[in-house]
Design a protein. Structure first.
Length: 379
């Protein structure tokens, strides 16, 4: 890139939040460029469960998740990646967990959540029968293949005219200008969607937020289930993970019991959940370790815990692990989103918790409308 190029919109970061911004800007007839330091999508957008857990959110996140649902399905059709309107099941293995599910379903209504009795959940989820007391079904949730969704969206955006500058680093920003490792790019509007690298580009914006990187233990495995798991599966630990359950009367009791009974799981901030893949494997996760810079060394203890709880839940003795990896995303205490305008026309849009896939499409729609105006999308 030897001479300055000019676009209506420049997006820095080709993760799912960046791609969603490029999509919505292009839909409004704008010329769009995407700058990405890697040669492909390689970060949190491909290292996740591929689970749009829409219903378990609250407040702003719930609004973004709901607003983005149809866009996920539309992009799946246009870009040609697998998606499924599976919903999510949650299994209760203690009365206090089932109480949370009853409270949640009562607050949200049957379109969002349906409580299931013991026989109903065991007919739908291939768990071992010991200790199961009931469950819940969240019908609005979606699933995509995390390995193929973001790359497919990027390929489709290139096909329809979005210009990508791969293996190119954004170095600095001025109003109307992005300076990169391959030259300057002019932009009327810039969206910076680099997730956990935002503190390296704008340390003055993030220093007061206690922004860190959250590293996860995750794995893909073949599990010999009684019958195939058809939807993503939440457990009691999930009730402590998502904001939609935070203020329910019984959630505190679940937290107190789990933390008291399993201090070693609490120490690694376990979230026990599963998503089935089209090839018959399960994505299993996860743990959460927060540091300013993630350690390159990942203890086997976290993987051992995931295998232990999976064997116990599904009443199996063997699990064939196909892959193990470390997920990483941005996190900040008490915050789900970092939305700032450090320079005129330059917008930081970062998800500061593990709901980037879930909220990306609606979050980008909101920020594009605020920056560009709520212009009707181009067909």
């Amino acid at each position: 890139m030897t001479s300055r190029k000019q676009f209506d919109v420049v997006v820095v970061g080709a993760g799912i939040v960046g791609l969603a911004h490029a999509y919505h800007a292009h839909q409004r007839g704008r010329t769009v460029a995407v700058i990405e330091q890697n040669d492909r999508a390689a970060g949190a957008s491909v290292r996740n469960f591929g689970h749009a857990c829409i219903t378990a959110q609250s407040d702003l996140a719930l609004g973004f998740a709901r607003a983005g649902r149809d866009h996920w399905l539309e992009l799946s059709r246009r870009a040609g990646f697998w998606s499924a309107e599976t919903g999510t099941h949650a299994i209760a293995r203690h009365d206090d967990e089932l109480a949370v599910m009853h409270e949640f379903a009562a607050a949200r209504g049957p379109d969002d959540a349906r409580v299931l009795n013991r026989s109903e959940i065991l007919d739908r989820v291939p768990a071992g029968r010991t200790g199961v007391v009931g469950g819940m079904y969240l019908p609005a949730d979606l699933q995509v293949d995390p390995r193929t969704a973001a790359p497919a969206i990027a390929r489709w955006l290139e096909f329809v005219g979005v210009q990508f500058f791969w293996h190119t680093s954004a170095i600095s920003f001025e109003p109307g200008l992005v300076r990169t490792s391959r030259g300057d790019i002019g932009a009327d509007t810039t969206f910076i969607t680099v997730n956990h690298d935002i503190d390296r580009l704008f340390p003055d914006v993030t220093d007061d937020l206690a922004l860190q990187r959250c590293a996860l233990h995750m794995m893909k495995a073949v599990v010999p289930l009684r019958f195939p798991l058809a939807t993503p599966l939440f457990t009691g630990w999930s009730l402590l993970r998502y904001s939609g359950f935070d203020d329910l009367p019984s959630t505190t009791r679940v937290a107190e019991r789990l933390h008291r009974t399993y201090p070693e799981y609490t120490a690694i901030d376990l979230h026990q959940m599963y998503t089935p893949q089209p090839d018959g494997t399960l994505l299993i996760g996860d743990t959460h370790i927060r540091e300013l810079s993630t350690s390159p060394f990942q203890s086997e203890d976290g993987f051992d815990v995931l295998l232990e709880v999976t064997k116990e839940l599904f009443d199996v003795t063997t699990i064939d692990v196909v892959e193990r990896w470390q997920g990483v995303y941005s996190t900040a205490p008490g915050r789900e989103f970092l939305l700032r305008e450090p320079l005129p026309g330059t917008h930081i849009v970062t998800v500061t918790t593990g709901i980037g896939m879930t909220t990306s499409m609606g979050l980008a729609l909101s920020s594009v409308e605020k920056a560009l105006g709520a212009t009707a999308a181009v067909a």
